[in-house]
Write a protein that binds this ligand. Structure first.
Ligand SMILES: Nc1ncnc2c1ncn2[C@@H]1O[C@H](COP(=O)(O)OP(=O)(O)OP(=O)(O)O)[C@@H](O)[C@H]1O
Ligand SMILES: CC(C)(CO)[C@@H](O)C(=O)NCCC(=O)O
Length: 392
């Protein structure tokens, strides 16, 4: 498991044998996992049988439904290390004890909801190694249901990032749509969302998180994504980017709204300086790269928002990683191009939209209790408390 030591610690306390429903988003770079667990003591204390007095009880035809209080846990693995994901699922014995212990329908036990390209690519592997069938959920629809769920159910999910400050946004459920969802994974998808299940993928770009990570690896020789991000944090993009001031003799070009410090050409300084790659600090290269890609995505996002008259743009995907400089660059790009008209917003569960959407496809989640994880990055707390409905 990469970069998730805190989540691992959380998992160590989570009940091994009571993981039930689990959903996966198997992307080009990362596998995201969401699973529900009641917790060992919780399930007996808090499981509530349906009854007329029980406000959590739901009656549906002849079926009784139980409501289980529990938590949604979030985890990720590198797609290139898919065996770690398979081992994890196997170690949790998801297929046997977990499912039946929680009272979930036995018919579900060998089936996992999965989205992303890997749901197709790795279907045989899951079958061969774990005897699990992947029930495929369409990727864009998963992203949209994940985003809609988070925006409606989790207070303080969305925030703007301005001048280094996170400002949490209260979402009015009656005034959520339409919005543009920009999911920055390996590649970037831009989806106009008009309601629950009402959406259209209006654009995309192949210059995304995979580009940053791939080019960054080649150019800086760094070994992990987090190292690359950390390097970008230390670097100075002005060493490599050609600024307006470099072209205009230190002056602004205010007639077209460009200050002397604006980037005129990403990596443009490398043309005229007779330097080899090794002569640049990897930190500066990483910074220019991050700025170039974030800026470009911010601009394309804005243009699509403009195309459809959308004022709100939510950015998700694991490229962002709650990274200050990334969010700042995207926010500034949207603000600059829209002249302050459109707002860039970020999501705390940024990378898990697809996996959550696939989980929602089980149609189990009834309500959310105390579903506001402490403010901070998801890396600090990967849990959402919720109440799940099961039929018996
Ligand atoms: N630990 C990490 N290892 C690799 N990439 C990471 C890591 N953390 C963040 N990233 C970034 O996140 C990107 C992947 O984001 P995400 O998981 O949302 O997309 P994906 O589902 O893998 O891609 P796609 O949807 O295009 O198939 C990577 O390309 C990289 O830029
Ligand atoms: C191909 C997907 C949807 C896979 O998640 C993603 O990587 C993406 O949106 N890429 C951008 C492709 C494009 O629109 O040019």
């Amino acid at each position: 498991m990469d970069g998730d030591r805190i989540e691992e610690a959380t998992l160590a306390n989570s009940p091994v044998d009571e993981i039930s429903h689990l959903a996966l988003d198997i992307g080009g770079s990362l596998i995201k996992m969401v699973y529900f667990s009641t917790g060992s003591e919780q399930s007996t204390d808090k499981t509530q049988k349906n009854s007329s007095k029980d406000s959590h009880g739901v009656s549906g035809g002849n079926k009784h439904r139980n409501l289980l209080n529990g938590r949604l846990y979030f985890l990720k693995f590198e797609t290139s290390k898919i065996n770690e994901c398979l081992d994890f699922i196997q170690s949790k014995q998801l297929r046997c004890r977990g499912v039946q212990h929680c009272g979930f329908p036995a018919s579900d036990k060998n089936i996992i909801k999965a989205t992303g390209g890997g749901a197709f690519k790795f279907a045989d592997l899951f079958k061969e190694k774990l005897d699990i069938s992947l029930d495929k959920v369409e990727e864009m629809s998963s992203l949209v249901s994940g985003a809609n769920f988070l925006l409606k159910a989790v207070p303080s999910e969305a925030f703007t990032y301005v001048n280094g400050q996170r400002n949490y946004v209260q979402i009015d459920h009656n005034d959520l749509y339409p919005y543009l969802l920009v999911n920055i994974g390996s590649g970037v998808s831009m989806i106009k969302v008009d309601g629950d299940g009402k959406y259209e993928r209006v654009s995309g770009t192949s210059v995304g998180g995979g580009t940053f990570w791939g080019l960054g690896k080649l150019l800086t020789k760094c070994k992990s994504f987090d190292d690359l991000l950390e390097m970008s944090h230390q670097g100075n993009n002005r060493v490599i980017d050609m600024l307006v001031g470099d072209i205009y003799g230190g002056m602004d070009y205010l007639k077209i709204g460009l200050s002397s410090t604006a980037i005129a050409s990403s990596f443009g300084k490398a043309i005229s300086e007779n330097k080899e790659l090794e002569e640049y600090k990897p930190e500066d290269v990483a910074r220019s790269l991050l700025r170039m890609i974030s800026n470009n995505i911010g601009q394309i996002a804005y243009l699509n928002a403009l195309r459809f008259g959308l004022k709100r743009i939510f950015f998700g995907g694991f490229f962002i990683r709650g990274h200050a400089y990334t969010m700042d660059t995207i926010s500034v790009a949207v603000d600059f191009w829209s002249k302050g008209e459109a707002k860039a917003m970020f999501l705390r569960h940024e990378g898990f939209l697809g996996a959550l959407g696939a989980f929602m496809n089980y149609k189990l989640v009834e309500e959310f209790t105390n579903s506001n994880p402490p403010v901070g990055d998801l890396n600090d707390n990967g849990i959402i408390e919720c109440c799940v409905q099961v039929s018996s």
